[in-house]
Design a protein around this ligand. Structure first.
Ligand SMILES: C[S@@+](CC[C@H](N)C(=O)[O-])C[C@H]1O[C@@H](n2cnc3c(N)ncnc32)[C@H](O)[C@@H]1O
Length: 265
């Protein structure tokens, strides 16, 4: 069962002390590609995130709240999916480049943003060769990085393509919530996990890793953490979220559902 509470959202500034990614061996993982490249799934994902509780009313408001003013800024949407964030950014007057490794997601993103954004196929497990050094003011990556095993290359590449004092905003599954789902796993290890996304009828794999590793990698890749959110659902979301939580309560175990109850959600 997909637990959709809570996520973590991070806002960081890069210090640009290093930007050498040449010695990092890329990981050729294509985790999740089969699912994201399935035409039916991609369309269904695109439709659902327009209105659903997790993306539209919980994750997106929190992630967008961390963005600086993007008007006139060069923004990279890394793992753009069907282009919802890119569309938002274009509407705010940003100069957007969107990348993803799924052809189906790229098609949907292109349909959404037309010629208002540059949409490219790129794998975040590899060096982002189509992107120049210090090309972007902002990188946003929403609900993507838990599909990537090797964060050294990923964050070093984000650092390379960002200007000095550029901003990186990302959201990801909260490690404690993910761990509470896998009592047999080891919180302190980076582990491949798999969950059923019931509303899509699919099995989704991703990596969970401890908070200490997240912070260590960000520091090693020269990012300075400005803000970390553990967001609550917005008011509009509470009713939907409550129904969702009730339906998952059994598999949630005690942690996330107790936290929601204690916070009157
Ligand atoms: C959960 S979706 C999020 C889409 C979008 N960021 C959003 O929040 O609406 C994850 C996206 O990450 C992409 N993705 C996963 N691993 C990737 C990789 N190694 N390189 C590029 N894209 C990747 C998938 O194809 C998918 O479109």
């Amino acid at each position: 069962m997909k637990v959709q509470f809570p996520n973590n959202d991070f806002r960081l500034t890069n210090n640009k002390l290093t930007k050498n990614t040449k010695n990092i061996i890329p990981n050729l993982d294509t985790l999740s590609l089969e699912v994201y490249n399935d035409k039916e799934f991609a369309q269904s994902y695109s439709n659902k995130i327009e209105y659903n509780s997790h993306n539209a009313l919980y994750e997106r408001p929190a992630t967008l709240s961390l963005l600086p003013n993007v008007t006139g800024k060069k923004v990279l949407d890394a793992g753009c999916g069907p282009g919802k964030y890119s569309e938002w950014l274009v509407n705010k007057g940003a100069d957007v480049t969107a990348i993803d490794y799924s052809d189906e997601m790229i098609k949907l993103a292109e349909e959404k943003v037309g010629i208002s954004a540059r949409v490219l196929k790129a794998n975040l497990n590899l060096p982002l060769e189509q992107l120049k050094d210090e090309e972007f003011d902002v990188v946003i990556s929403s609900m993507v990085i838990h599909y990537i095993k090797d964060w050294q290359l990923l964050f070093s590449e984000f650092n390379r393509v960002l200007k000095m004092n550029g901003v990186l905003v990302f959201s990801t599954d909260h490690p404690v919530a993910m761990c509470s789902l896998y009592p047999d796993g080891n919180y302190f290890e980076t582990e491949l996990i798999s969950e059923e996304w019931k509303s899509y009828g699919i099995e989704m794999s991703s990596y969970k890793r401890p908070l200490s590793e997240i912070f260590r990698t960000l520091k090693e890749c020269d990012f300075r953490i400005d803000e970390v959110l553990e967001p609550m659902p917005v008011a509009e979301c509470r009713e939907n979220f409550l129904m969702h939580m009730k339906s998952c309560r059994d598999s949630l175990g005690s942690f996330a559902s107790e936290q929601l109850k204690r916070n009157n959600i």
